[in-house]
Ligand binder design. Structure first.
Ligand code: TYM
Length: 328
């Protein structure tokens, strides 16, 4: 069976972008593959976090993944900081990654522009830790949104370079980017990616937003000045709404165009809002139940960390041998 690895940062709320770009696929893939999913709290501290909030958000993210349909009987779920091999492999991989390669990462360039007062070394080496996450488990495929593609290419380059230097050690992972939903855009500025760190609350849908809030945000979504629900260049707002509608209903673009022929944008926006609210209803309902059961959450992440340590330990041991570390 193929091995799947992916991760999500526990910073603030999970958005519809995270869900449609990644988590929805994680749920599907657990049926057919050996899936490993992590709440990557070590990545989160590349941006300054309030410790209490980080702890809480980590647990919430974990509960939210369960609410989205991840099933610990079917997949391995753990919290990154519980498994020490990630930091350990990250060091070795960092010594095989060039300054120039990391300097070219567009996410680093964006984030250091927005966070000029805290361009820390962790922010710079972030993609190395991500490579460690993936390569430790010999993952074949990594389901992510389009914004992670460049990081994944770097993971592949690092794996190939290491294999060339020391002999076959890592499987070289492939990205798994959905055809529909890989890049969900902001509802307020549809040229920009939907992001939880947007100051404008109306720009993103949090997957725990109430039905009323979801519909209200879609009603306010920025569109364009013509009147046609059609997927076309230059209609970023409508294209985004069509992508979202298609992802949650399974309808194709031509079907959607037919459905809203002769109707106004107002009707379309309400329909998208309603479809999203309906789609996310089970997630909202399950979340409180999972989040309330701290004992169960702990049981799942403790067992997950144990298994993850065992699996990743094998790869780390090989790596330590290959680079010439004297056995302890
Ligand atoms: P993160 O936490 O920013 O996002 C989690 C996942 O959501 C996807 N995503 C989107 N997809 C579509 N449209 C959007 N607007 C949108 N916004 C976010 C992301 O592509 C991602 O798949 N570096 C990663 C976390 C990570 C990881 C890993 C992923 C750490 N280690 C190993 C895969 C493998 C990140 O920050 O994702």
């Amino acid at each position: 069976k193929k091995i799947i690895f992916s991760g999500i940062q526990p910073t603030g709320v999970m958005t519809l972008g995270n869900y449609l770009g990644a988590v929805k696929n994680w749920v599907k893939l657990q049926e057919d593959y050996d899936c490993i999913y992590s709440v990557v709290n070590m990545h989160a501290i590349t941006v300054r976090q309030d410790p209490k909030a980080l702890r809480e958000n980590t647990l919430r993210a974990f509960a939210l993944l369960l609410a989205c349909g991840l099933d610990p009987e079917k997949c391995l779920m753990f919290i990154q900081s519980h498994v020490k091999t990630h930091a350990e492999l990250s060091w070795v991989l960092g010594c095989h990654t060039q300054f120039g390669e990391l300097s070219r990462m567009t996410q680093f360039k964006d984030k250091s522009q927005r966070n000029a007062d805290n361009i820390n070394a962790g922010l710079f080496t972030y993609p190395v830790l991500m490579a460690a996450d993936i390569l430790l488990y010999q993952a074949d495929m990594v389901p992510v949104g389009a914004d992670q593609k460049q990081h994944l290419e770097l993971s592949r380059d690092i794996a190939m370079r290491f294999n060339n230097l020391y002999g076959n050690t890592f499987r070289v992972p492939e990205p798994y980017i959905p055809e529909n939903g890989a890049r969900i855009m902001s509802l307020a500025e549809p040229q920009k990616k939907m992001s939880k760190s947007d100051d404008n609350q109306n720009a993103f849908i949090a997957i725990l937003d109430s039905e009323d809030t979801i519909i209200k945000k879609f009603k306010r979504a920025v569109t364009d000045s013509d009147m046609e629900v059609a997927y076309r260049e230059g209609k970023d707002g409508i294209n985004n709404l069509m992508t979202i509608y298609s992802a949650v209903t399974g309808k194709s673009y031509p079907e959607i165009e037919r459905e809203f022929q002769g109707k106004g944008y107002g009707d379309f926006k309400v329909a998208v809002g309603q479809a999203v609210a309906d789609h996310l209803r089970p997630v909202r309902e399950n979340f409180e139940r999972f989040y309330a059961d701290k004992a169960y959450l702990k049981e799942v992440y403790t067992a997950g960390a144990e298994r993850a340590l065992r699996l990743s330990g094998r790869t780390l041991e090989k790596v330590y041998k290959k680079v010439g570390f004297l056995p302890a």
